[in-house]
Write a protein that binds this ligand. Structure first.
Ligand code: COA
Length: 151
């Protein structure tokens, strides 16, 4: 696996990846705007020349937020998300962040297991944060965080 730094020219490829991972993917314009916000940065994981996953995050003051992280289904459980998160947390530390935050849907056990393994602890809940659709009720977001000192 190679990890590359994202720039706004990657927005179309990243929007495709996001759509491959989430039922309501962010489109290219949304991805471009997000990637252009101050403090936003990200990485993609490349295998055999193909992007298989990515992370986008934002550092502001002394905090870092994971905006999104996804790996295509066929490439999961091979450490790609771990590598992406580690790259992002290192950059966040370099930019002066001392704590990392993220939100995850409470009905996403894979992501919750992943973040717990990465040292994140439950820090709050946002009731009904994620919109529902025909097949899914409104869902609570769980807020997880971890300190960034000590690696
Ligand atoms: C969550 C996600 C990013 C994990 O990506 P990944 O590349 O498979 O993660 P890794 O291979 O680095 O996993 C590291 C560890 O996390 C835990 N983990 C990851 N996926 C898990 C799962 N489905 N069930 C239980 N534990 C899991 C395991 O401890 C794993 O180590 P192991 O494989 O040695 O047991 C991926 O499943 C995904 O993209 N899901 C859809 C999008 C999403 O939910 N994103 C997060 C919310 S923003």
């Amino acid at each position: 696996m190679d990890i590359i730094t994202l720039n706004p020219f990657h927005a179309p490829a990243i929007a495709l990846l996001h759509g491959g991972c989430f039922s309501h993917g962010w489109d290219e314009d949304a991805m471009s705007s997000l990637m252009g916000l101050p403090g936003t940065f990200g990485y993609a994981a490349i295998e055999e020349g193909e992007p298989m996953g990515f992370i986008l995050g934002r550092a502001a003051a002394d905090e870092f937020e994971v905006l999104t992280l996804c790996v295509l289904a066929q490439a999961r459980r091979r450490g790609l998300a771990s590598g992406l998160l580690s790259a992002a947390l290192n950059e966040a530390r370099r930019r002066g962040a001392v704590r990392a935050w993220l939100e995850v849907a409470e009905d996403n056990p894979a992501a919750i297991a992943f973040y717990k393994k990465q040292g994140f602890a439950l820090s709050g809940r946002r009731p009904g944060y994620y919109a529902g659709n025909e097949t899914r009720e409104r869902t609570d977001a769980l807020v997880y965080s971890r300190g960034l000192d000590g690696g």
